[in-house]
Design a protein. Structure first.
Length: 401
């Protein structure tokens, strides 16, 4: 997660049972390369100890004792000034009220008032407290002041009842943090569409023709575009993956569904990472094919070529300023990729050698060569799909300049 690498995150923890989950958030942020300084309120200390956070961040966790320490007069100022983002998770109704009214009576609220960095809160409280007009008014005040708000979610609350008030899960808060940090990135103000996963062509109501695409590369691209500040639409076939926070999702199955979805969209860039079917059954049986009827003869026809169809819509109908494709090849990698780059009217194609067992379908890594319409090449070594996605997104940002 290079978006978090080297970033200074100030994590405020307030008095909610969700404070134990914030330790996981602190750990995830630290593992992603951020420098995480934690401030606990005295109520948070009733649920967790500073040591919990020190153990996962490797740094001193601050408490109200530090407010009256030797460096008190400067510490709150420096913490709030050097941070890239102040995250308050969990944020109780009490702390929300203090933030809304400029009350600065503990180290966290003093720091928040002095902070010059953006602030993100993840509210956590009983459903009734969240719904209360006072809390809602405070929320509105904070949003008017551009405080970012992640959650709360609906679900089981500490009271045993259900309602809206649960703190978002750490992974979701992490997603909101990434959006906050990427806001002014290279793709800020740009719209990017990413397709992901293997398409499914129905044979009958039970059976499909599909492929080994897991969607990992496409989802990584959607996340990388979000990290760069883009507005992202992810058109995805069914996968087991969790979509990145902030992406607009469009669920599809077949190549035709994917094409139909794309024909309704406009964007600055399209990245076609999905593995689309080249063939599909001519007829889809309405009822399940039965064994007792013998082995079915399934006749195939060409499925629509999405990229070719889109590139034929030129002139005013051209929907994407930059179009990137992928080539999944088991032989003659660059020759085949280069042919696809031209025939599909692409600005760039990522050629991946699917014969290697550490690249291509359903693995965590990829080894790709990027070919550009102007003849330029960028040969990338083996890297994680997230890193490959970042490289592709960098090139797309450059092409859009
Ligand atoms: O999903 P993962 O498990 O992470 O694996 C990633 C991946 C290997 C699927 C991905 O990196 C990849 O290579 N995707 C494209 C796979 C593919 O369909 O390649 P192709 O060479 O058959 O198609 C070339 C391009 O045409 C692709 O951009 C494809 O999206 C597009 N296409 C394909 C079929 C079709 N009917 N219409 C299309 O537009």
């Amino acid at each position: 997660m290079s978006i978090l690498s080297g970033k200074h995150i100030l994590l405020g923890v307030t008095g909610s049972i969700a404070a134990y989950k914030a330790a996981d958030l602190a750990s995830k942020l630290t593992q992603a390369g951020a420098q995480v300084d934690v401030i606990l309120t005295s109520a948070a200390e009733k649920f967790v100890t500073p040591l919990t956070y020190q153990s996962v961040t490797g740094r001193k966790a601050y408490t109200d004792k530090d407010l009256w320490g030797d460096e008190a007069h400067v510490m709150h100022i420096s913490l709030g000034k050097t941070a890239d983002l102040l995250v308050i998770a969990p944020c109780t109704a009490d702390t929300m009220a203090k933030l809304a009214h400029g009350i600065a009576d503990n180290l966290l609220t003093v720091t928040a008032l002095a902070a010059t960095c953006p602030i993100l809160i993840a509210p956590a409280m009983d459903g009734g407290m969240f719904d209360h007009p006072a809390t809602q008014a405070n929320l509105q005040t904070l949003q008017t002041r551009l405080v970012l708000v992640a959650g709360p979610a609906a679900g089981r609350l500490a009271s045993g009842m259900s309602g809206v008030g649960r703190m978002l899960e750490p992974m979701d808060i992490l997603g909101h943090i990434r959006i906050a940090l990427g806001k002014n990135g290279k793709l800020a103000g740009k719209k990017v569409i990413v397709t992901a996963g293997g398409t499914q062509e129905a044979i009958d109501p039970v059976r499909i023709i599909t492929n080994h695409s897991s969607g990992k590369q496409g989802y990584a691209l959607a996340q990388a575009a979000l990290d760069a500040g883009a507005e992202v639409t992810l058109i995805t076939t069914p996968t087991t993956l969790t979509p990145p926070v902030g992406a607009k999702l469009i669920n599809v199955k077949s190549v035709q569904d994917m094409l139909d979805a794309l024909l309704k969209e406009n964007a600055d860039a399209l990245i076609m990472a999905a593995a689309g079917a080249d063939f599909r059954p001519v007829n889809v049986a309405k009822e399940k094919l039965k064994k007792r009827d013998g082995i079915p003869q399934i006749q195939l026809e060409a499925a629509p070529d999405i990229l070719k169809t889109l590139s034929s819509l030129n002139g005013e109908k051209k929907r994407f300023k930059v179009t990137a494709g992928f080539a999944a090849e088991s032989r003659d990698l660059l020759a085949n990729a280069s042919e696809k780059l031209k025939s599909k009217g692409l600005d760039l194609i990522a050629a991946n050698d699917i014969s290697a067992n550490d690249a291509g379908f359903n693995v965590e890594t990829n080894r790709i060569t990027l070919l550009f319409a102007n003849g330029m090449q960028d040969i990338l070594p083996l890297m994680s799909k997230a890193e490959a996605a970042e490289k592709i997104v960098e090139h797309i940002a450059r092409l859009l300049e």
